[in-house]
Design a protein around this ligand. Structure first.
Ligand code: ZN
Length: 169
């Protein structure tokens, strides 16, 4: 295992997300060795910006192999869920321009379309939190995938917060 580069603090890193680059690969920003597809995004309170690393380095840097492993497994387990959301027969037209789905894990996906472009809002039914898509998508499936990623991210964040802070923060 490579030692941490001196520019990075050694303790205090935490997870802020995980993403799949699909076909792309980047080099892990910590070990500068491994080519990674599943990117663990970490942040540190005294370090501006985020670092993007592989699972093994994420466990090492956060001193929490178990959490890095659990997040990774959870991320994989969501792929089947995403396929079910895309193919769900429960999508409903709320109007000519809006279709909606309530997911089984408690989110409302609302997709708005106009002139072949798609945007979306995602509502966590339990907390009432709403997120808007940051990009305009030109394809319905890509829009739904983006919404699924946002759901995965939100669930991971809530679990992580519960685990380390209780649910007060
Ligand atoms: Zn690495």
């Amino acid at each position: 295992m490579a030692l941490p580069p001196p520019v990075y603090p050694e303790y205090g890193w935490y997870h802020v997300g995980l993403c799949d680059l699909e076909e792309q690969r980047i080099t892990c920003e910590w070990c500068k060795l491994r080519q990674i597809r599943y990117v663990h995004v970490l942040r540190h309170p005294d370090h501006s910006g985020k670092i993007r690393v592989g699972k093994i380095c994420a466990g090492y840097i956060t001193k929490n192999n178990q959490l890095a492993h659990d997040l990774h497994q959870f991320f994989f387990s969501r792929r089947g869920v995403n396929e079910r959301i895309i193919d769900s027969p429960r999508w409903k037209k709320a109007s000519q321009y809006v279709e909606e789905l309530k997911t089984r894990d408690g989110y409302l996906i609302s997709i708005y379309t106009s002139g072949g472009a798609y945007i979306c809002t995602l509502t966590c039914i339990e907390t009432g939190e709403k997120r808007k898509s940051q990009l305009i998508y030109m394809n319905r499936i890509d829009m739904i995938y983006a919404a699924c990623d946002a759901i995965t991210d939100h669930i991971m964040w809530r679990r992580w917060k519960m685990k380390f802070f209780g649910d007060k923060r």
